[in-house]
Design a protein around this ligand. Structure first.
Ligand code: G6P
Ligand code: MG
Length: 222
């Protein structure tokens, strides 16, 4: 078995949008009189927009009806979009582009697997949309990570079997989603939080094609 595709989560792996999510959620929480901290924001990583709101409402002990919840998520999203509209290619996380270019040179497909419904906008703003062979995101996928749907959809779009795919993920739910998809997974971030991943690195700047080949050898590929 060979690695034929690398599937990347977007937020926290290729770009750092967590700070913009935080600023937008913080503004909403302040408006609602809820004390929402940066530590609370960690719980929102990899979590869908509505589930994120529900976590914040739970912190504030608030239970609005469904229509109000939809209104609150669209308000937050409008503020978030204002931030990401101003993103530039300088915000691509270190090492990401270099590694993706190495993969392309080695004929390994590259795809995005993200819960974000703003994926296309972000990829356009940082000018890397054309680099990816497939994009599975919150618009063509409906089951949230740890469900494997987003990664299976990306693999399906590429026409590559799950066992030939490696996922790069910064969220615990995302690592679980990759494993549930029958894929190998490289965690990006804390080895403690991402302990289920086959390998954990601090950022894509720690990856290169040689390390990927070593990974291929070590984790059940011939
Ligand atoms: C990613 C982020 C989450 C975010 C989700 C939905 O998974 O890690 O923090 O809530 O996408 O993003 P969206 O842009 O659709 O609100
Ligand atoms: Mg992420």
């Amino acid at each position: 078995m060979k690695i034929k595709a690398c599937i990347f989560d977007l937020d926290g792996v290729i770009v750092d949008t967590a700070k913009y999510h935080y600023l937008a959620w913080k503004r909403l929480a302040d408006d609602l009189g809820i004390n929402f901290t940066e530590k609370d924001n960690e719980r929102l990583k990899g979590v869908s927009r509505m589930a994120s709101l529900e976590i914040i409402l739970e912190i504030g002990n608030m239970v609005p009806d469904e229509a109000e919840k939809v209104e609150l998520t669209s308000l937050k999203n409008s503020w978030y979009v204002n931030y990401i509209n101003k993103m530039t290619p300088e915000e691509i996380l270190p090492g990401s582009l270099k590694f993706i270019m190495e993969l392309k040179k080695a004929n390994i497909s590259v795809a995005i697997g993200s819960a974000s419904r703003n994926t296309t906008l972000i990829l356009e703003r940082v000018k890397i949309k054309n680099l990816f062979d497939a994009v599975a995101d919150g618009n063509n996928v409906h089951k949230a990570k740890p469900d494997p749907e987003v990664f299976l959809t990306a693999a399906g779009m590429l026409g590559i079997a799950p066992e030939n795919c490696v996922v790069f993920e910064d969220a615990e739910a995302g690592v679980k989603a990759a494993l549930n998809a029958g894929m190998r997974c490289v965690g990006i971030g804390s080895a403690e939080i991402l302990s289920k991943a086959h390998l954990v690195i601090r950022g894509l700047y720690e990856m290169n094609i040689e390390k990927l080949r070593a990974f291929e050898k070590k984790f059940g590929y011939e």
